[in-house]
Design a protein around this ligand. Structure first.
Ligand code: 5AD
Ligand code: FES
Length: 339
């Protein structure tokens, strides 16, 4: 991973004061130079909205009694992945709340089956044990996504009661050691979050050498305790993402769904100021709506095929192409780890 070293004071200046068009153009140029014009698509399956955690900001937190819960069966999940592979996705991202019904054995079985569809597999299922991460990797999982959310430990512990920042960080380190391609990310616009704190977040992402990182604006949810918070803006998210591209020019950066939920052109704008990945939703039916991390989520009434073609048209409209490879860091899949 290539790092461009920037002083914290300069990161803060870029986040706060740099003229938008100059910042975005610089990030866009670096994106073009280091990762090219291809946009890599990942088919996102939201397979369970059951979660043992209670993050204050999150719509699927355990103590949200108003949400109808669902859990796909393993067969349903494998079938959803098969259909996503059939419509051309080369990466399947399996995401859920921290739903422990999906034991090590059940997950490994699912991974083994999905791997047969000739796709890269990304897991985004939160904090598990070292043994679980190891077994998933051996079963064929290539990548793992888990956001650190914020590096302000006080804020983290206020927002995620009963969770430990240190433990999350340690999980990320285990995943890295196991040879996954590791992705993380942060939210911007959290209550009490400052620009200085976002600068620290970016320095952390660079220091750990994540090869994928996403920035999402925090969008207050009507249910959880933070419903009256102000939330993040698209501009703040784009600025933070652009600075991240400048600091980490060759990583994979998604244009996040939360960005588009704030503005109909959110993802296209992101692709023009540093992003090179989009994760269209391939979840089917009612599940899409029920996986409601935040309100105003896009595409809840669309089908996987609609999202695939919609995003293809949008990408073409800005003169970019859809990548046909697995689209890993440096164009590779991680080597099978010697475990
Ligand atoms: N607004 C924006 N992003 C959210 N996430 C969870 N809740 C919200 C919200 N209210 C993000 C977190 C999590 C990812 C899956 O979704 O960063 O890691
Ligand atoms: Fe889902 Fe546009 S990406 S409809």
């Amino acid at each position: 991973m290539i790092k461009h070293t920037i002083e914290k004071s300069e990161i803060i200046r870029l986040l706060k004061d740099e003229k938008e068009d100059i910042l975005y153009e610089r990030a866009d140029k670096l994106r073009e130079e280091y990762v090219g014009d291809e946009v890599h698509l990942r088919g996102l399956i939201e397979f369970s909205n059951i979660c043992r955690n209670n993050c204050m900001y999150c719509g699927i937190r355990k103590d949200n009694p108003l949400l109808k819960r669902y859990r796909m069966s393993p067969e349903e999940l494998v079938e959803t992945a098969r259909r996503a592979a059939d419509i051309g996705f080369k990466t399947i991202v399996m995401q859920s709340g921290e739903d422990m019904w999906f034991s090590q054995k059940i997950m490994c079985d699912i991974i083994t089956k999905i791997k047969k569809f000739d796709v890269a597999i990304t897991l985004s299922i939160g904090e598990r044990t070292y043994e679980d991460y190891k077994a998933f990797r051996e079963a064929g999982a290539d990548r793992y996504l888990m956001r650190i959310e914020t590096t302000d430990k006080n804020l983290y512990h206020k927002l995620d009661p009963n969770m430990s920042w240190q433990h999350r960080h340690e999980c990320l380190m285990m995943i890295k050691e196991l040879g996954y391609e590791l992705g993380s990310g942060i939210m911007v616009g959290l209550p009490e979050q400052t620009i200085e704190s976002s600068a620290d977040d970016l320095l952390y992402l660079q220091d750990i050498e994540f090869v994928m990182a996403g920035i999402g604006p925090f969008i207050p949810h009507a249910q959880p305790p933070l419903k009256d918070a102000a939330g993040g803006t698209l501009e703040l998210a784009l600025r933070t993402m652009a600075v991240m591209r400048i600091m980490m020019p060759d990583i994979n950066i998604p244009a996040t769904t939360a960005m588009e939920s704030l503005h109909p052109k959110g993802r296209i704008r992101a692709l023009q100021c540093g992003a090179n990945v989009v994760m269209p939703n391939v979840t089917e039916g009612e599940y899409r709506r029920l996986y409601e991390l935040y309100p105003g989520k896009i595409c809840v009434n669309d089908t996987p095929t609609q999202c695939r073609s919609c995003i293809g048209i949008k990408i073409a409209s800005i003169g970019r192409t859809v990548g046909l490879s697995y689209g890993g860091h440096n164009g590779r899949l991680p080597q099978k780890a010697k475990l």
